[in-house]
Design a protein around this ligand. Structure first.
Ligand SMILES: Cc1ncc(COP(=O)(O)O)c(C=O)c1O
Length: 446
């Protein structure tokens, strides 16, 4: 066992050491090498060292270098070394993080991380957190609490009785709502298409002046950080109006909520603490390994009503029970890596990471503008949308950038216009990486 784990650690270290120097897009040979996995089910055992060798030799070259410094696709931040190390130890622990009794350490680290995050984001001190797999599940978890709360106020216990015969719930979203939030609404029986959509402005911000009249059980979903532009809904105004009418306000801040941590960006989330629930990702800007998301709810009661489970074999506990705050009963201890990054970076280290990435995004926008290309968004955070001309031209340039391999960014369509989307979300990106990537982009565009 010792040799297997030691040589595997060596392989992982080599992988990470070589990452900044290799093509971000996997090379064709690496993709062809995936054929080595296509073998019959082994009839019997084989040497674990050889299994790991195959995994590394055929698997590593076929990875996207998204953990490296020049991957700017989607919103994916490479894992911080302390998070990788904490993950290794937590994997060796193999804890079931669902119950305090099953893992006192996992439950304690979650509780500490919950307290630190609530403080960092400026959320009410009563707020509790569920440690889930990502933004999609964080939205679903928080919205389950919202569904419980608005129906409880109408005299209906949705978690006991279900939705059949329940008073209707109105769900309000912005025109630029993330599709994963709509998926969550579908899973909760609230419907992907049954929503009332509020028009958005040119940056994708919900227009507070266009909110509908609210009455009856209502959940309003605002957004902190549009996945294309990085723009923020006017949360302060929206919460005030929605609360006056008795609605539950949820904020999808998958990556944008982290703006609260950086003093120069905190104005973007002004008023966010007045909402009722929030969703964010840890695997994005906190730079922990996949998968890791966080659902926050101001009032623990509706969350525990939606997520709590009791069974004769499960211990009654006075401690914070992790499983009462998330959909899963048994799960891995993903709070360990969240705790580790927060413990290692502290408030100022985290602020520095967020601010640095935002500066890199601005540098991209300035470099591309100087070269004569059009930036389609106000670069307020870490997202840049650039057009290289008409749709076909932009797609061709993005394909050439991806093929070149110096860096990676994807295509999107923003309010009818095809664009390349740059998202800077990693701890390891330097000004030199931005310069090299800009040069590669301009080479491809010319
Ligand atoms: C605003 C927003 N909400 C939700 C999500 C979904 O998060 P995840 O992919 O972690 O489930 C994303 C992903 O990019 C997002 O940007």
């Amino acid at each position: 066992m010792d040799d297997l784990l030691r040589t595997t650690a060596e392989r992982a270290i080599n992988y990470l050491r070589e990452l900044p120097g290799r093509s971000v897009t996997p090379e064709v040979d690496g993709l062809i090498g995936l054929e080595r996995f296509d073998e019959p089910l082994p009839a019997g055992p084989s040497d674990p060292e050889r299994v790991i060798a195959l995994l590394d030799e055929a698997g590593s070259p076929a990875t996207m270098a998204s953990a490296g410094p020049r991957f700017f696709g989607f919103v994916i931040g490479g894992s911080h070394p302390v998070a990788v190390a904490a993950d290794w130890l937590a994997t060796a622990w193999d804890q079931n993080a669902g119950a305090f009794t099953a893992s006192p350490v996992a439950a304690t680290l979650e509780q500490v991380a919950q307290r630190w995050l609530v403080e960092l984001f400026g959320l009410p001190s009563t707020t509790v957190a569920g440690f889930v797999t990502g933004g999609t599940m964080a939205n679903l978890t928080a919205l389950a609490a919202g569904r419980h709360a608005v129906l409880a106020r109408a005299g209906w216990d949705v978690d006991e009785q279900g939705l059949f015969g329940a008073p209707p719930v109105t769900v309000i979203v912005g025109d630029e709502v993330h599709p994963s939030l709509l998926k969550g609404l579908g899973l909760l029986g609230l419907g992907r298409k049954r929503v009332v959509k509020v028009p958005a402005d040119g940056q994708g911000r919900m227009r507070a002046d266009a909110l509908p009249t609210i009455s009856g059980p209502t959940i309003l979903c605002a957004q902190a950080g549009n996945v294309n532009t990085g723009a923020f809904d006017p949360i302060e105004q929206i919460v005030a109006q929605a609360h006056e009418a008795g609605a539950w306000v949820h904020v999808d801040g998958a990556f944008g909520l982290w703006a609260a941590v950086a003093p120069e960006r905190a104005h973007l989330v002004r008023g966010v603490g007045a909402a009722d629930s929030w969703a964010t990702d840890a695997h994005k800007w906190l730079n922990v390994p996949y998968d890791s998301g966080l659902a926050f709810v101001r009032d623990p009661e509706p969350l525990r009503a939606a997520m709590g489970v009791t069974a004769a074999y499960l211990p009654d506990s006075m401690m914070r029970e992790p499983a009462a705050h998330a959909p899963e009963l048994s799960r891995r201890a993903r709070g360990v890596e969240v705790w580790a990054v927060l413990r290692a970076l502290g408030r100022s280290g985290l602020a520095d990471l967020i601010e640095r990435d935002c500066h890199h995004a601005t540098a991209f926008a300035e470099g591309l503008t100087a070269a004569g290309f059009e930036i389609l968004n106000d670069v307020v955070l870490n997202q840049v949308l650039v057009s290289f001309g008409d749709g076909d031209t932009t797609r061709r340039v993005v394909a050439a950038i991806q093929e070149d391999g110096t860096c990676w960014a994807g295509v999107t369509v923003w309010q009818g216009r095809t664009a390349m989307r740059i998202s800077v979300s990693g701890w390891s990106t330097t000004a030199d990486d931005v310069e090299r990537s800009l040069a590669a982009m301009l080479r491809a565009a010319r």
